[in-house]
Design a protein around this ligand. Sequence first.
Ligand code: ADP
Ligand code: TRP
Length: 320
Amino acid sequence: MRILSGIQPSGKLHLGNYFGMMQPALHLQEKGEAYLFIANYHALTSVHDGARLKQDTWDVALDFLACGLDPERTVFFRQSDVPEVHELAWLLSIVTPMGLLERCHSYKDKVAKGIAPSHGLFAYPVLMAADILIYQSNIVPVGRDQKQHVEVTRDIAIKFNNEFGETFTIPQPSIQEEVAVVPGLDGQKMSKSYGNTIELFGDMKESKARIMKIVSDSKPLEEPKDPATCNIFALYKLFANEAQRAEMEANYRGGNYGYGHAKKALVAIFDEKFAPFRAKRAELQANPDYVEQVLRKGAERARAEASKTLDKARKAVGIA
Ligand code: ADP
Ligand code: TRP
């Protein structure tokens, strides 16, 4: 079973990205043959700053490798290292009805947010379909916001297969419903755009200071507290094992345990979990040649698959 997902490189990753996107992506490598790529062509639809795109692409690669991506098990690569997807995107676009793209919420939402309505932004789902179909992917794990794009991919693949003969595997989206929204310092969804994040690989002193600012209610030290409604606990439990979680719950309910104590425990568990990842990241940063080689090897494996599908599609339409 082939499982494929893509991540847009978009700035410094935070705990919301880690628990909402990275950890599930890293679990893929245990479930089947995983393909994971950095969608830098897609990022170009919203980032027009070459130096920044390059840096963000590199940072995502370091972040994933530091957090445990095993490049032997997962085919890990940059989208732009597989130029075959563009030719396939064109072959798909000739069977893609305008109406299908016009109905895409993501396009409408981005335009409403002020992103210029370029042809690239409009055709984004066709490139995404090419990403998925070129590897004959079976399962595509995505957040809820990307489900429609996988449905569009299915429609395009079915239409192509009907018109030109069986060429593509029809993929299934797998929606990560179980991943809860990670709250930020102020209790809203943690997000770059709200300035309420705790960065994964930021300066630890700064992260500690930010954790100490997490908003809580004003119950005094002695009073029992409810873990279910507390942002500090919501973050703590993401890191904790069963026993640690139960102990913290008992501390909250027992009274004489203040939010300051809970914040210190959160700093400690975050520090403990990320210390090895930080060390690994520093090591990778000092070895850019190794990281580049990992990405190139991933791209080589990906291209071998991509060119098989592209050949098939070229033959089907009468180009080859
Ligand atoms: P941001 O909101 O900071 O701009 P993105 O929209 O770039 O983050 O999100 C990238 C990925 O991380 C997506 O898959 C998204 O579902 C996940 N993600 C981001 N923030 C959170 C959060 N607070 N809780 C859970 N998942 C999140
Ligand atoms: N559009 C996806 C996102 O913003 C990223 C992406 C690009 C992707 N190509 C893909 C995800 C193919 C899954 C499969 O999150």
